[in-house]
Ligand binder design. Structure first.
Ligand code: ADE
Length: 420
């Protein structure tokens, strides 16, 4: 049988991909229950969907779910280094889903693949970082008419979309999946916390225990990362620009200081701020010999690699994923060219947590397929009942039960007359 359209590394990797997709699926009970319902109800029947996501085994299970719901799905990568080539191969061969993504692709190919996914004339877009929306609004404006709505996975993408909404530039509604509680409380915190350290450890084989880990940014990702690094025995320093978050980090028991004070102390620096040039040449010059810098924010702009390269005497590849820069008379390592370390050097967040993120994505697609006509060109969040439902199924799959409010308690919660 002819294969669906694709541009991937090697179709022969499909066998490995299928095994790993099925392995991930074991830990995705919420998504599985949605898929079983989608098979019967077909809420996405006949809709073209372009999905710009990290091409992982977890994403494969989401793509299968969308297809089960009746959608025609095209997948492209949301980062040039995060594609699992075996997953891409299996999606094409075993699941008949078009994929345009190759691990290590250069910028030109990355954008060519985004255009190839857009060539499917999507009615629903699914983004992780808003690159599809951005290309649609700049280079492929002619396709916007057919787009009904979109969904967005990550904090960085939601920030970009809210900026577009504020400028009246957004031309269709987008659901901010990131803002669901069952997404950012878990994926950003426990997912990023664990997978970032997994990436740093796989890239370097370093011992975290006893080291000083500097976490730049104390959003949900930074909180999770600081907590997990401390759990592995690191001394953790947090840097922040927001006073409230800095205070929270201090009261959570971490040392808090400006980056300029942290640079001579830290052994490992990890950025999770969502902002630009958080670690610059002026910082790298003052770091200890052997210091390690990594990024786990969406874009590779948190470390000023061009500035550091310019100030460095030399740059040498000393191990896969590790570039050593001679700067200020010392050796400073930058991991994975500043790309998201958890996906570049490890496998991203575990399926157990992506289950909830992607359950939100699947339900957000269903929501926009049903409600697009009523939506304005704004950023929306899913209703609280979706969070409650996802948490309920997840808890059930974990064998955990919860209490029910008594009648008396319900009355009490709705009353303003009862006091002491
Ligand atoms: N983002 C972080 N981890 C991920 C994963 N495993 N799959 C897809 N997107 C991710």
């Amino acid at each position: 049988m002819a294969l669906v359209k694709h541009d991937i590394k090697d179709i022969k990797l499909a066998k490995e991909g299928k095994q790993k997709i099925e392995w991930a699926e074991r830990n995705m009970p919420v998504l599985r229950s949605i898929r079983e319902r989608f098979v019967k109800e077909k809420p996405l029947k006949g809709l073209n969907m372009a999905c710009c996501l990290h091409v992982t085994t977890e994403t494969a299970n989401l793509a299968r779910t969308l297809k089960a719901g009746g959608a025609n799905v095209a997948v492209c990568a949301s980062n040039p280094l995060s594609t699992q080539d075996y997953t891409a191969a299996s999606l094409v061969k075993d699941y008949g889903i078009s994929v345009f993504a190759i691990n290590g692709e250069n910028n030109k190919t990355y954008y060519k693949h985004i255009h190839q996914a857009l060539d499917f004339k999507p009615q629903i877009t699914m983004d992780d970082g808003a690159d599809l929306v951005s290309v649609l609004h700049s280079e492929r404006k002619e396709l916007i008419e057919t787009v009904l709505a979109g969904t967005e996975e990550t904090t960085t993408g939601v920030i970009r979309l809210r900026a577009m909404e504020k400028d009246n530039a957004l031309r269709f509604a987008v659901v901010a999946v990131n803002d669901s509680k069952t997404k950012h409380f878990f994926d950003n915190r426990y997912g990023t916390g664990q997978s970032t350290l997994d990436g740093v450890i796989r890239a370097t084989n370093m011992l975290i225990s006893g080291s000083t880990v500097v976490v730049a940014g104390y959003g949900w990702c930074g909180r999770g990362l600081a907590m997990r690094a401390q759990g592995l025995g690191a001394k953790v320093i947090v840097t922040e620009v927001d006073n409230v978050k800095a205070l929270e980090a201090a009261m959570d028991g971490f040392q808090v200081m400006p980056m300029s004070k942290a640079v001579p102390i830290g052994d490992v620096f990890i950025t999770v701020t969502g902002n630009l040039n958080v670690i610059r040449a002026e910082h790298a010059k003052k770091m200890k010999d052997g210091a390690i810098i990594a990024n786990s924010g969406h874009f590779n702009a948190e470390i000023d690699i061009p500035g550091i390269t310019k100030a460095a005497k030399s740059k040498t590849n000393v191990r896969p994923m590790i570039e050593e820069y001679k700067i200020g008379g010392k050796r400073i390592m930058i991991l994975a060219d500043g790309r998201l370390i958890n996906l570049a050097a490890a496998e991203g967040h575990p399926a157990m947590v992506m289950d909830m993120s992607f359950a939100n994505q699947a339900l957000a697609s269903e929501f926009v397929a049903k409600s697009y006509a009523k939506l304005e060109n704004k950023v929306y969040t899913l209703p609280d009942k979706v969070d409650q439902e996802i948490a309920k199924i997840k808890l059930k799959s974990m064998g955990i039960g919860v209490d029910k409010l008594t009648k008396e308690q319900k009355v009490y919660l709705n009353s303003w007359t009862m006091g002491t």
